[in-house]
Design a protein around this ligand. Structure first.
Ligand SMILES: [Zn+2]
Ligand SMILES: [Zn+2]
Length: 339
């Protein structure tokens, strides 16, 4: 008799028949294993949730008092006929890849991941498996991230030059992960750092769980821009381009920090003065090294340049499939704003 695959792809999301649970489902299901707290992966309406201990505070902050149990990285849990464990994905604090083993066959769901150490998230750990379900948001060779030390110098130089002119700097980044990672790169001697409310809310949750972040002040309605001429404002992507940014006056410099900044056309359309090439997703080399490190012979690709990337994997001798999901990758607009 043919066995069920370890994981299947249903209308609700990725499903494990042997364990009767879903992973990052996008429709309500009784039992959801969650890779991380971004809004396209941790959605409301599930009967029960299981996430890492480090991901739980943000999920509770976003979803309220849901039935959420936690698991440590590397701890194994038996769920029905499946054995499950969570492994660092390096994407945002608490983010995990989920390993599912049934009858000796191992499948891994990557969630979102990156292979560079951002100094904030638990570093990515390759998990050997037979089948690997990977995102490929940035699955083209043009996507190559700036090295962390160069990135830090670029951002601080931009900020310092603005501050010297008495101009406010506004840097757009996602509220969970990217914002805190950039915050830790800032040379806070240049000036004070203010935050959009959605970012400050996330900072508070992360500080409360023991993550150290530089001092920041929430931007309030009565923000006096004359009092802080050399300030840096961390904004959400939508805050950066919307009316929220107007309160900082006409003499401001805006920058957007995203993997999409690697594409010149996107940089122009964003109408930001500067673009910094940084992402919490893997770049081309990161995707390829991560996939190689798993040793998987079957690869399922989700959100991103799926058809190009599948063809590339097939050329490398792998069995590759495209899976359509409702994850949003790194959107240019608001998708990962909310935390
Ligand atoms: Zn994410
Ligand atoms: Zn995602």
């Amino acid at each position: 008799m043919a066995r069920d695959p370890v994981l299947t792809f249903t209308e609700e999301g990725i499903y494990c028949p042997a364990g009767d649970f879903h992973i990052d489902p996008w429709r309500p299901v009784p039992r959801a294993l969650i890779t991380h707290g971004h809004s396209d992966h941790a959605r409301p309406g599930m009967g029960r949730y299981l996430a890492t201990r480090a991901a739980a505070p943000v999920i509770r902050h976003r979803l309220g008092d849901v039935a959420l149990k936690t698991i440590e990285y590397g701890e194994t849990r038996r769920i029905g006929g499946a054995t499950v464990s969570y492994h660092p994905a390096g994407h945002v604090p608490g983010s995990a890849q989920i390993r599912v083993e049934v009858g000796g066959e191992v499948w891994v769901v990557s969630g979102d991941y990156k292979t560079v150490d951002d100094g904030l998230s638990e570093p990515f750990e390759p998990v050997p498996c037979h089948a690997f379900i990977t995102e490929c948001t940035f699955g083209l060779p043009v996507f190559k991230w700036t090295a962390p030390d160069i990135l830090a110098a670029q951002i601080n130089d931009w900020w310092a030059a603005n501050a010297a002119q008495g101009r406010i700097s506004i840097l757009g980044a996602y509220a969970l992960g990217k914002a805190q990672r950039l915050l830790r790169l800032l040379e806070t001697g240049i000036g004070p750092v203010f935050t959009h409310g959605a970012i400050e809310n996330t900072n508070e949750v992360l500080r409360a769980q023991g993550i150290t972040l530089p001092d920041t002040t929430r931007v309030t309605a009565d923000f006096d821009r004359k009092a802080h001429p050399g300030a840096l404002i961390l904004a959400t992507p939508s805050g950066l381009s919307g009316p929220w940014a107007a309160k900082f006056g006409p003499d401001r410099s805006t920058a957007f920090a995203s993997g999409w900044m690697a594409l010149r056309g996107v940089r122009r359309r964003r109408a930001a003065d500067r673009g910094f090439i940084v992402s919490d997703h893997a770049d081309w080399e990161g995707l390829n090294s991560a996939i190689r490190a798993t040793g998987a012979e079957r690869v399922f690709v989700t959100h991103g340049y799926t058809s190009v990337f599948r063809r590339w994997l097939e050329e490398q001798g792998l069995e590759a499939h495209i899976v359509s999901t409702e994850y949003e990758g790194e959107s240019l607009e608001t998708a990962e704003d909310a935390a």
